[in-house]
Design a protein around this ligand. Structure first.
Ligand code: ATP
Ligand code: MG
Length: 431
């Protein structure tokens, strides 16, 4: 009997997990600069929270949900995305109250679950980092949030990316456009994919999001939503463009882009990677404005803007662009102990070093000195402390700086009382 992880999931092992930490830490630091604070929501939610926000006719809700009835017969689902849970939390905790900052800016990171066909960059458990800003209708919020996403990729060292924008306008826009789209698609109904035949009547905008080849030739010639923008919607989109230009941020407008979630209004955007080999999974970040969602989930009318990025796809992009990720797991000291009688003292030494706030490790496998030195070297230890039976008898320990190859003996008491001093002294020998 051999067990395997569920299809479409990954074990993130050492060697890989450091890259995740680098991506997550970069996000935390940058989001702080933009004054976003973290919210952590549960991994599962009431089914309704997701169905109401993301939309019943979307692929996410109609095909991809990990939903089930719990032992109390409640219909719950693993979260497929982060915005709906955050909006639910925003409303439930009354974060729109007068005591809170406006706009209310928050970020999240963690696993999301969608029952999809697994492939490169497409998993059943994947991970997102996302942000939401509540309370601002100012197009400057749209633009600074997109700029923050671009800053994030720049800070990671990713270069081959493209910002693509569009507007879905307001209610008035969508009503006008919906009809135009139906009028255009109905004559081609028989040639559409099965999914799109259904979408055409339930939610025609969804046809534009189809990845099916049969639909794509019709999508390409579909009427442009930008021709149907209401006066206020056009004004908002024009302002966004003016502000992107003011910041000299390059962008493309794709009038066929609709995104796979129903809650968007006005500005939507995607950041695509042009790195080789990303294929159909080249969208690494996506988001936009959702001015009705807070109200939809029972809160006071509050506009919102946010995005989510897929960590797995960011890591694929980092690899495709051959970005070198800074090493984080350096080791300050390794204690080599020779002979059984040194076991207790080596334990005391390594603990003392750790208690001074340094990273330290030792051999516990009673291996030969040579193997221990090799381990120290592989771990990138800055100092190697060697304790043999002779040293133990004399109450000393040999300390070697791996950078300068210089060595010095110290009394064990010095290690216990002032390892920081030993560390500084050894560093000085390097110069
Ligand atoms: P796609 O069109 O690729 O299916 P989406 O429109 O469903 O993406 P969103 O729901 O907007 O994606 O999620 C934002 C980001 O999360 C995506 O741009 C992508 O980077 C990532 N993402 C979405 N679904 C998956 C998945 N199944 N596996 C890995 N990453 C994903
Ligand atoms: Mg999808």
């Amino acid at each position: 009997m051999s067990y395997q992880r569920p299809k479409g999931t990954n074990d993130i092992l050492p060697g890989e997990s450091e890259k995740w930490q680098f991506v997550e830490e970069t996000a935390r630091l940058l989001f702080h600069d933009y004054q976003y604070s973290e919210i952590r929501t549960p991994i599962f939610e009431h089914y309704e929270v997701i169905a109401r926000s993301v939309g019943d006719t979307t692929d996410i809700v109609s095909k991809e949900m990990y939903d089930f009835f719990d032992k109390g017969d409640r219909h719950v689902t693993l979260r497929p995305e982060g915005t709906a849970p955050i909006v639910r939390s925003f409303v439930e905790n009354k974060l729109y109250g007068p005591e809170y900052a406006k706009p209310y800016k928050t970020f999240y990171m963690g696993p999301m679950f969608r029952y999809e066909r697994p492939q490169k960059g497409r998993l059943r458990q994947f991970h997102q980092i996302g942000v939401e800003a509540f309370g601002s209708v100012n197009p400057a919020t749209d633009v600074e949030t997109m700029a923050m996403a671009l800053d994030f990729f720049k800070q990671l060292g990713i270069q081959q990316i493209r910002l693509v924008i569009n507007s879905l306008g307001d209610k008035e826009t969508r009503q006008a456009y919906r009809q135009a789209l139906i009028d255009y698609l109905v004559p081609h109904e028989a040639e559409l994919s099965e999914d799109s035949k259904r979408r055409l009547h339930e939610n025609p905008l969804r046809v534009l999001d189809s990845k099916d080849k049969r639909d794509q030739k019709f999508v390409a010639d579909a009427p442009s939503i930008l021709d149907y923008l209401s006066e206020p919607a056009k004004k908002h989109f024009d302002e966004v463009i003016k502000m992107l230009d003011a910041l000299e941020i390059p962008y493309e407008v794709d009038a066929n882009m609709v995104r796979g979630l129903d809650y968007y209004t006005h500005t939507i955007f995607e950041i695509m990677s042009d790195a080789p080999g990303m294929g159909a999974q080249a969208t690494i970040c996506a988001g936009g404005r959702y001015d009705q969602l807070v109200e939809e989930l029972g809160g006071p009318a509050t506009p919102g803007f946010g995005f989510a990025l897929g960590i797995e796809r960011v890591l694929l992009t980092l690899a495709a662009e051959e970005v070198v990720i800074p090493a984080m797991n350096e080791l300050d000291a390794y204690v080599v102990s020779i002979g059984e009688s040194t076991n207790i003292e080596a334990l005391k030494v390594v603990q003392a070093i750790r208690n001074f706030g340094f990273s330290a490790d030792r051999d516990v496998m009673q291996r030969k000195a040579k193997a221990q030195f090799k381990t120290a070297d592989k771990a990138g230890a800055k100092l190697v402390l060697t304790l043999g039976e002779d040293e133990l008898e004399q109450g000393i320990i040999n300390v070697k700086s791996m950078a300068s190859r210089k060595e010095k003996s110290f009394p064990l008491t010095k290690i216990y009382e002032d390892f920081s001093g030993v560390y500084d002294e050894m560093s000085m020998l390097e110069e």
